[in-house]
Write a protein that binds this ligand. Structure first.
Ligand code: SER
Length: 322
């Protein structure tokens, strides 16, 4: 069946790459990118792009009706570190943007929804190693509270109204095209930019902070696999644990030094350390593997090579433009 897809939050870290992949599958004109910020890249060659404030249900509804949208990927959110700075704004943004889309699905204007959850749903009392799908949660960040509440709302809309909403608990996502903003796992992206630019990084987490992570290519693949899976295979309507690699800043540094030997790092943990300490180190994603055959491609070594190659090539391309 042909789909018309709307991606909310398309200018962000995940959206900017997900839109490109979705357009290669469904056709450029069948994937409408939207964000409160315009993206020249996603609108080029007259590709559909709409400015949408995802907290405004009518803004979304108008675009859904204009294009006959069948599926929405709702990626708008304020991440963990910024959420601690602006708690009310984070709650309002994260919950309202989700409700708006769930309501449109309840009204049967769209028939499938993707909404990302996060490892931030777990808290200090959660088992840290191979964290199970079902376990003690007790999140301690505003972001984590909004994601865990959102998960239950997704499940509620599925159970009560039959809304086909699907979700993944993303680990930290590493990418070179668009940087994340305001998260705790952002160090694992920033470190590469600094390694290329200055061969030095001032890390805001301590050297032994192990966190679950994933390369963007795998995150995009997981998202599309989940959305394309037969509804009868989806047994979890809160959100699936999803896992790929895990490492500490020290281990990541050693891997980067294999390619950039002069790279150095210093550690100056700030308020984000406490957030990282409250999260798991590794995740058990066996339900995703069982239900829709999830597996990842990029291990630590491959991810580091690909990041550095891409960043070096884009730096060369930039400097040849000057
Ligand atoms: N990457 C997110 C953050 O650090 C976690 O989902 O906030």
């Amino acid at each position: 069946m042909s789909e018309t897809i709307l991606v909310l939050g398309a200018s962000g870290q995940i959206g900017s790459e997900l839109v490109i992949k979705l357009r290669s599958i469904y056709g450029v004109n069948n994937v409408i990118a939207s964000d409160i910020r315009f993206s020249e890249e996603l609108a080029k060659d007259e590709a559909p792009f709409e400015i949408i404030d995802a907290t405004n249900k009518n803004d979304i509804k108008n675009v859904v009706l204009k294009y006959g949208v069948t599926q929405v990927y709702q990626l708008v959110a304020m991440l963990s570190a910024n959420g601690e700075k602006y708690p009310e704004k984070a709650w309002e943004l994260n919950m309202t943007s989700l409700f708006n889309v769930l309501e449109l699905a309840k009204e049967k204007l769209i028939n499938r929804v993707f909404w990302p959850s996060s490892i931030a749903v777990f808290g200090p009392s959660t088992p840290k190693v191979q964290t199970p799908q079902e376990t003690l949660m007790n999140p301690t960040t505003v972001y984590g509270i909004s994601k865990l509440s959102g998960e239950f709302w997704c499940n509620y809309y599925f159970e009560k109204y039959g809304v086909d909403v699907r979700s993944l608990r993303y680990p930290g996502i590493i990418s070179w095209k668009t940087k994340p903003g305001g998260g705790t796992t952002d160090y694992a992206v920033d470190i590469f930019f600094k390694a290329i630019e200055e061969e030095h990084y001032n890390c805001f987490l301590s050297e032994n902070t192990r966190l679950p992570m994933m390369y963007m290519d795998d995150a995009v693949q997981a998202t599309i696999d989940l959305m394309q899976a037969d509804a009868s295979n989806i047994t979890i309507r809160t959100s699936y644990n999803l896992s790929a690699i895990d490492f500490t800043p020290e281990e990541l540094t050693l891997e980067i030094k294999k390619i950039i030997p002069d790279f150095t790092i210093e550690y100056n943990p700030d308020f984000r350390q406490e957030i990282a300490n409250s999260w798991p180190q590794t995740i058990d994603d066996s339900k995703a593997r069982e239900d829709w055959n999830w597996s990842y491609q990029f291990d630590l070594e491959l991810m580091v090579k690909d990041m550095i190659n891409n960043l070096q090539s884009s730096k060369k391309a930039e400097s040849s433009k000057l």
